[in-house]
Design a protein around this ligand. Sequence first.
Ligand code: MRU
Length: 348
Amino acid sequence: MQPIEWCGDHVRVLDQRKLPREMVWIVVHDAIEMTDCIKNMSLRGAPLLGIAAGYGLALEAQKKGKTGSALLSHLEDSGKMLGKARPTAVNLAWAIQRMLERARKDSHLGKALGDILREEALSLHEEDRQACSAIGQWGAQVLPQGNVLTHCNTGALATGGDGTAYSVLKEGFRQGKVTRVFACEARPFLQGARLTAFELKQDKIPFTLITDSMAGYFMWQGKIQAVVVGADRVARNGDVANKIGTYALAVLAHENKIPFFVAAPTSTLDPSLETGQGIPIEERDKKEVVEIMGVSIAPEGIEVAHPAFDISPARYVNAIITEKGIALPPFSESLSKLMQGGNSVAAI
Ligand code: MRU
């Protein structure tokens, strides 16, 4: 399933807020409409945010009116607007920077910027599709036999291909290593219950949906042999920002001696940050906590918090699976080696 599709003069975005009950497509004509889709969660998931920003800028570049340096500076403004839509997933800033660099580099070639940026956005999408398959292949090699627990949604709905952590599960299942997936619901926005359960059902992978607070119980019972999650940003030392609740899973996995794997494309690595301390954590609308599907579940006028992500310290991470290979601790060395040329799998 493709959650985003380039259609020439517009982009089709699958409205993920309505899944799994309805399949509704939103027609996006420019960077402002794309920014709205990102802010309101019609589309989400770190790699998909980058792809969406790429298409948003490509649509903007092919609009009639501005040319030359006026168009370049307009694209830079659009890039700033898109970049502010969600702060934690670094893939968004990464993709915007890549699109703008390409625009600056090739703007003198006489080719229309609209054509240049369309080409760049389509390659960004295709490269992420390929990265997802490579992540699946690498990840399946390190998975032990048995049941795997995952969090949030990291599948086709969150990426340009089969997913990050989800691709590892899918390939692991294809190879007969994964027996069953335990999918956490990912309260409060319920990406696990609504989206991952939808994808697992479609892919006919045996799974059990659990609430986030059940994870420790199933680990303690010996029902989970590995945890695989995605990431929204990874610092140089291997600290990982991911959906709220991931930190608790990392600690529980450590306590229960279960390997904890993070799967992410290299576009999720942030070499500018030494540790996870510097990662901005998005605070979302409190309504997402006190309402479920528009129905209020808590008393009015109470204090509510909604940090959408948390940081799992590198010491709880057994391996970071990327499209270029697998990084093992200590991550400051292995991640930078991997960025330079790829790393090989070692015993975990
Ligand atoms: O708030 P979301 O739905 O964009 O959060 C998504 C996640 O946290 C995913 O686990 C993450 O993007 C990593 S893999 C796609």
